[in-house]
Design a protein. Structure first.
Length: 213
């Protein structure tokens, strides 16, 4: 059985990652692939419990290092219990956020030294990296307007202020510049179908999938 592929979706609040993951999953399944959808923080039972600590409550409840440690604790459990077994079974795993979000949020956003985050990555995941990372880019004001329209309790990061989210957006773009072999930036401020087609073009051009033109 062929090893599966691991595709991560990144971007600021309200970029439309979850929607595009579902659309891509539908297309890959239509082409005969086995697909698993997951998310971070979360994706496994233990990681989902940690997720609530991170995305709910007061914006100032944790400092940047505590947030990073919580993220990597959740990430290790998620990858070990769900991602690696799914890939070994030949599934294509589509993940809503991964380690680039820790670099962007806790590093570029909150000022935690990037080398500290990289050390945590090495300790918890070693050489494992996504096969492809799609960064959905949208203006901060537009993204927050979308995100605030969702409601719910998971709004801790959305309430961190425009300056934080500007740093966050620039952080994702910087990550893409540093890792062009893995990352692709997709405009998310265009109609939904245009985003879907752009995502599919990137996947087809970077990874071998059945039925690709």
């Amino acid at each position: 059985m062929a090893q599966g592929r691991f595709i991560t979706f990144e971007g600021g609040e309200g970029a439309g990652k979850s929607t595009q993951i579902r659309l891509l999953a539908d297309e890959l399944q239509r082409r005969g692939l086995s697909v698993s959808i997951t998310r971070e923080p979360g994706g496994s039972e233990g990681a989902e419990q940690i997720r609530r600590l991170l995305v709910e409550g007061d914006p100032g409840r944790w400092d940047s290092m505590t947030e990073a440690l919580l993220n990597f604790a959740a990430r290790r459990d998620h990858v070990a219990r769900k991602v690696w077994p799914a890939l070994a079974e030949g599934q294509w795993v589509l993940c809503d956020r991964f380690a680039d979000s820790t670099l962007a949020y806790q590093g570029y956003g909150h000022g935690l030294p990037l080398h500290a985050i990289e050390q945590l990555y090495d300790m918890t995941l070693g050489a494992f990296v996504p096969d492809l990372t799609l960064i959905l880019d949208i203006a901060v004001e537009d993204g927050l307007r979308r995100a605030n329209g969702r409601g719910g309790q998971e709004n801790r990061f959305e309430r961190m202020g425009s300056a934080f989210h500007q740093r966050l957006r620039q952080g994702f773009l910087e990550i893409a510049r540093h890792h062009p072999e893995r990352c692709a930036v997709v405009r998310a401020d265009v109609p939904l179908e245009e985003v879907r087609q752009a995502v599919l073009r990137v996947v087809e051009s970077r990874l071998a999938i059945p039925g690709a033109s």
